[in-house]
Design a protein around this ligand. Structure first.
Ligand SMILES: Cc1ncc(COP(=O)(O)O)c(C=O)c1O
Length: 389
């Protein structure tokens, strides 16, 4: 059986966990929290990085930080994980879904302005598969309309846009270290605060609404409740695990990219023959090999593919059910435009196993499937678009 995901361990995790235990501070903001956040600040250029329990938690912090009030609108893609929207709905916000680009599956920046109303507060670009959204355009739109940009960079750790780390370009960014990501701590995440004016309040929100962080730095002589907040600070055991991963993050990414590139080469003919489309990475984007996917002709073909692959021991999966069609998305959000690309591609995308140690047996098995007779129609013909559209 070739699993879809296999968490990668560097081998140092238990060593650092034992060290954290030895040091005697198990709550957060100790030695390993500081080490990990400083490393992330240096690597991304973010003004401040605060570790969190998850990317979900980091996104919830952003919603508090930008003061989302009931009825405030937040523009985002529908083709994303629930937390992108849920974080804002928790504050009474309204997710406003716009369509995605057919090439990267990221928010279609040309459709953002049509979704802006007097209630719009923020834009949340999601960097799907660690491939950057068109950030220059998004930042320019936000500036013109006085909106905040919160990057959902859950999948974007170690990926860049025009040389800048994903998550460090908007006013705020959120990372995930969930075990399905490249750099992991089981559950885990981080908030990247890029706008210096938001740093002090971000610390307070993470510490249950108190100024405890300032107290520990000796900046105030007692700490107290001064704002809304919650418990978002992970303990030292998680941070120690994360440190073992962060110090190998470059190698982890390089190893992932080697597997991604092998896949890409292996499916070149498949795409040339019009049987499937491969992921597209625009110029100026360095991705992190978080995911490899194929776009098949239609839902029936994808269902047959996944079934056959799973029977053969290759665990392939589909991805998001578009949020604008999910029960909570219908209840709490609204879509702008016809969502044509989202509706189409959500039914055709299949994610392939992606983990360090995966060998070519997987791409061979997939190529064999396509070489069989029952799939000789063109995937391109089905929708009339090409990977560079
Ligand atoms: C785009 C996106 N946002 C948010 C999340 C939530 O991340 P976490 O599991 O760390 O809360 C995920 C997780 O897969 C994701 O893919």
């Amino acid at each position: 059986m070739i699993p879809f995901n296999k968490p990668h361990l560097t081998g140092k995790e238990l060593h650092y966990i034992a060290d954290a235990h030895q040091r005697g501070q198990l709550a957060g903001d100790g030695f390993y929290t500081k080490r990990s956040s400083e490393w992330l600040e240096q690597t991304t250029g973010a003004e401040k990085v605060l570790l969190a329990h998850s990317c979900t938690a980091a996104l919830e912090m952003t919603a508090m930080l930008v003061d989302i009030k009931p009825g405030d609108e937040v523009i985002m893609p529908s083709y994303t994980f629930v937390s992108t929207a849920n974080a804002f709905v928790l504050r009474g916000g309204v997710p406003v879904f716009v369509d995605i680009r057919a090439d990267t599956l990221n928010i279609d920046e040309t459709q953002i302005e049509a979704a802006i109303t007097p209630r719009t507060r923020a834009i949340v670009p999601v960097h799907y598969a660690g491939v950057a959204c068109e950030m220059d355009t998004i930042m320019e739109i936000a500036k013109r309309h006085n909106l905040l940009v919160i990057e959902d960079a859950a999948q974007g750790v170690m990926a860049t846009y025009k040389g800048r780390a994903l998550g460090s370009i908007g006013h705020l960014g959120a990372y995930s270290f969930h075990e399905t990501k490249n750099v992991i701590s089981g559950e885990g995440g981080a908030l990247l605060v890029n706008d210096p004016s938001l740093v002090a309040r971000a610390e307070i929100i993470r510490e249950k609404g108190t100024n405890r962080s300032q107290f520990f730095r000796g900046q105030v002589d007692k700490y107290t409740w001064i704002d809304v907040g919650s418990s978002y600070l992970p303990g030292e055991i998680i941070a120690a695990f994360l440190w073992a991963q962060l110090e190998e993050a470059q190698q982890i990414t390089a190893n992932g990219l080697a597997i991604w590139n092998d896949y890409h080469r292996a499916f070149e003919t498949l795409e040339a023959e019009g049987r499937s489309l491969r992921p597209f990475v625009p110029a100026g984007c360095e991705h992190n090999a978080h995911m490899y996917y194929l776009l098949l002709k239609d839902l029936a073909e994808r269902t047959a593919f996944i079934e056959t692959m799973n029977q053969q021991g290759i665990n392939c999966v589909f991805h998001y059910v578009p949020l604008h069609r999910s029960p909570a998305g219908v209840k709490y959000g609204r879509a702008v435009g016809d969502m044509r690309v989202t509706n189409d591609l959500a039914e055709r995308l299949v994610r392939l196993p992606m983990w360090i140690g995966l060998n070519s047996a997987c791409s061979q098995g997939i190529n064999e499937y396509f070489s069989r007779d029952h799939l000789n129609k063109s995937a391109h013909g089905a929708t009339n678009w090409s990977p560079s559209s």
